[in-house]
Structures are given as C-alpha cells and as structure tokens.
Write a protein that binds this ligand. Structure first.
Ligand code: G6P
Length: 481
C-alpha cells in the first residue's frame, strides 16, 4: 500500500525569501550547478575555457541569441573569481564554501540523491545537516535567479543538485516561466520513498511550469509519485497542483551532430586515429570504454566480461585489445575511491592473466581527455562498450555513433541507459548479467558487415533527426504558455 497523501511542504522559516534585484534584466536565465566554464590547467593558456560538451555549446548559443545569463558555481576550490561574461553571455557565480561543498555537493547531491536516483546501486546516506545545507544552497541559487531575470522572463533550471530551486523561485518571482530538466534518472516509487524529504523535493520540482526528463519512464515515475504522495491530480503529461498546471514530459538529450561529424572528418583527427591504432600494436580489433569513473557505469563488470572472453579464447591477446578511459570524478567520496581501487584491481588481474610482453590486453587511462583525442579513439574503436547499471541518457553512446560516418563500428549498450530507448540498432545487454554482456560482445563480433552497417545507419538516422540544438528548442518551446 502507498502512503496516504501528505501535506504540502512549506519553505522553512529560516529560508524566508528575500532578494535584492540586480540590473541584469535577463530574458532567459540558465541555472545549473556549474558555470559553463572551467579553469584551464595548461600553463600559459587562457585562464578560463568553455566546459566540454554539446550541452554547454547548445545552451550557450541560445543564451547568446537572447542576451541571456548563466548562473552556476565556478567549481574551483580557489579564490580566483570567474569572469562575469564569456563568449557573449553573462555569467553569475554562486559561491560555495569548503564546508558547504562537503555537505551540499559531496553529501546531499552525490551521496544521497545520486545513488538513490541510480537504483540505489550504493546505499544512499541520509543526513539532516546535509539536507539543511542543500536547502540553503538551493535558496542561494533561487535568489540569484530571482535577482537577475527580467519581468515575465524565463528561467531554466538543471539537474538533481537544484531540485528545490523551482519552488523557491516561484515564491520569489511568481511572474516568471520556470522550466526544470533532470539529466539523471528519476527513480521508481519504491526507491524514492526512502528519501526522508521526499515530499519537499517533489514540492520543489512542482514549482516549475514544465518538468522534463530524459525518458518517458522517468516522467511517469515522477507524475505517479506526485499524485500519490502530494495529492496532485491530472495525467502523466499534465499535473494539477496548488491550483496550477504543470507540464511533465520526456525530452531525450542529444549531441552536437554537425560538430562531431566535422571533427571526425578532420584530417588531423583521422591521422591521430591511425597513430593510436599503431601505438596499440595494430590490433585487428579495438574494444573501447569511455566513462566518468563512477560506480553507476558498470566498468568492472564489463572488464570482467571481456576478461572471460580472453579466457575462453573468443578474444585473442595477439589480435584484440580493450582501451578503457576512466575520467576522474568526485574523487574525495569514499564510494568513488573504493570504485577506483576495485577497478584497478580487476584491470591489473586481466593484464596479469592474459597480457603478453609488449602487448597488454587492456590499456587503461585514468585521466580526462581532450575532445579531439576522444574523437580519434571513437574512430578506431571497432566495438564500443557502454554498459552502465543505470544512466539518465549516456552521451558517449551517441557521440560514438555520430563519429561513424561510413557506417562501420558496433555499439554494445546497456538496456538501463536512457540512450537504449532510442538506439535500437545497438547490441542491447543487461549489465548485471556477465553472460549477457559476453553474449552481446560475441554478437557484435560475429555480426556481418552488412548487418552491422544497417544497425549503425539506423542509429545515425535516429540521432541526426534531433540534435542538442533541437532538444534546447523543443524544451524552451514547450515551456511557453
Ligand atoms: C552527471 C550530472 C551532471 C554533472 C556531471 C559531472 O552528468 O548529470 O549534473 O555535472 O555528472 O559530475 P560533477 O559532479 O563533476 O559535476
């Protein structure tokens, strides 16, 4: 039985909203945990450069066209203030202290919500102090948005770190249109119910006029729990709550297709791709994994599956090689530290067991990688392995497909990545099932060039139909009254 309807959460008195308007008057404001820029680590380079990825490019271009403003945290544990404008858009940074970073970022965002929303793959931790800081920081972002947005303007809030901002902002600025997009999965009722502050999070989100999710299942999970727990009425696509209509829907995010296609065709990138194959000893077949080093990504499980394929002779160390890129992430969290430790153990066992002198069976890079280097790797990857236990979308899968202009290459994809709802041409696997992953890889290995090409072209057509610019436009159009 479900819980009976619970009363609507109030804003805590300690967070009594007040804000001082500034002179931004922005028609469109993006609010995200991070600003779209990063401090450069290359000596002598410009201090700040744009964060990589199609999402930042698409949102930046829409802000450029609308005199917009981006509100976020600089991400830097440094006193150096980020610029107030960048590539034609205005930036407003939200300060987060070292203590708040622990409670808000590492704590509530990444040790409570992140695991809970990813099938509770790791046990979520619930601490009241983290929750209080989450409320305070969300109010900080809401006030920054309230101070900057023009009368009747639009505010688009992003992701799980900021789920209370829609309702806080509505209290401060009832005149503005508010959109919210969740980039990660939204869990089923059974898991969401664990959250001690479940009704506050739902109330926070319901402050928006439009709530977008990656896939229809997540949207349905949300609408169902909002009806059951808060007494919202209406359909999965249109909820009525607190006398307002809230649109709910799936807006699967995509990549910058033209940019990827152009990079993949760039002679310098192609030359680098050939060089990579050579430096790997010209193997007949390269398998590739590219992930943030995160326990949700199923990297160990995938490596174990490949390892067993070396063991049973399906793969041959003289001809086949796996490249695994694991981008460092949230390294001070104990779960992430443990994941790195265990992953490196599995990698070293695999090389110890099957590598030959001069030819390791797995090349492992624990580092972030420039976009062009990544493109070069995609170009040489005969089989791409994307096997997360749960993932909102997974853009690596889409980037890989967009690189394969000649229709070669095969994608092994987890059924629990949002991308699987669209990329039906992939070899779909259950990432919890070692034999299932092995079977998926075997099928990819044995697919005829004709079958593989028809699968790849099918996926390319699907992605080309809606790139990240279309995604931005669709969301903003749906947000209009
Ligand atoms: C996921 C989240 C993003 C987040 C990114 C990197 O993609 O949806 O909101 O920015 O991971 O994680 P980080 O903790 O470094 O921001």
């Amino acid at each position: 039985m479900m819980q009976p309807t619970e009363p609507v959460a109030e804003i805590r008195p300690a967070l009594e909203p007040t804000f001082a308007p500034d002179d931004s008057g922005a028609e469109l404001v993006i609010v995200a945990n991070r600003l779209p820029i990063q401090r450069s680590t290359t000596p002598g380079a410009e201090d700040w450069r744009p964060s990589p990825g199609g999402l930042v490019s698409a949102l930046t271009s829409v802000l450029q066209n609308r005199q917009g403003l981006w509100i976020g945290w600089s991400g830097a544990a440094t006193d150096i203030a980020p610029p107030t404008s960048f590539e034609g858009i205005r930036l407003k940074s939200v300060d987060i202290s070292a203590e708040e970073y622990d409670d808000f970022y590492l704590g509530f965002s990444n040790a409570t919500l992140w695991p809970l929303y990813h099938d509770a793959i790791r046990t979520p931790t619930f601490h009241r102090t983290w929750w209080h800081t989450y409320q305070e920081i969300n109010m900080r972002y809401a006030k920054a948005a309230a101070a900057s947005v023009a009368e009747g303007g639009t505010v688009w809030i992003h992701d799980y770190q900021l789920q209370l901002v829609p309702n806080y902002l509505r209290q401060l600025r009832p005149d503005v249109r508010i959109g919210f997009f969740l980039h990660i999965p939204f869990p089923p009722t059974e898991l969401f119910m664990q959250l001690p502050w479940r009704k506050e999070i739902l109330t926070g989100l319901l402050g928006a006029d439009l709530i977008g999710f990656q896939v229809p299942q997540a949207a349905a999970n949300f609408s169902r729990i909002a009806r059951r727990l808060l007494g919202a009425t209406g359909t999965d696509a249109s909820l009525i709550f607190d006398g307002r209509v809230i649109k709910v829907g799936a807006f699967p995010i995509s990549v910058d297709c033209d940019f990827i296609a152009a990079s993949a065709a760039d002679p310098a990138v192609r030359a680098r791709a050939r060089e990579i194959r050579q430096s790997l000893g010209n193997p007949e077949l390269i398998l590739l994994g590219v992930d943030r080093l995160d326990y949700t990504k199923g990297i160990q499980q995938r490596i174990k599956a490949v390892s067993e394929l070396f063991a049973d002779g399906t793969l041959d160390p003289a001809k086949h090689v796996l490249v695994q890129v694991a981008v460092p992430s949230r390294e001070t969290d104990a779960h992430y530290e443990r994941e790195r430790h265990d992953l490196e153990q599995v990698i070293s066992e695999m090389n110890g067991d099957y590598g030959v002198l001069g030819n390791p069976v797995i090349h492992y890079l624990h580092q972030s990688m420039g976009f062009e280097e990544l493109m070069a790797l995609y170009l040489e990857a005969d089989i791409m392995l994307v096997t997360p236990f749960r993932d909102g979308m997974n853009l690596v899968a889409k980037e890989y497909v967009m690189c394969r202009a000649d229709g070669t290459g095969k994608l092994v994809l987890s059924e629990f990545a949002g991308a699987a709802t669209e990329l039906r041409g992939a070899f779909i696997v259950n990432p919890h099932d070692l034999d299932g992953i092995k079977e998926g890889i075997r099928m990819a290995l044995n697919a005829t060039p004709k079958e593989a090409k028809s699968r790849m072209l099918r996926m390319r057509r699907k992605i080309y139909r809606r790139d990240v610019y279309d995604w931005t436009e669709e969301f903003l159009n749906a947000l209009q009254p």
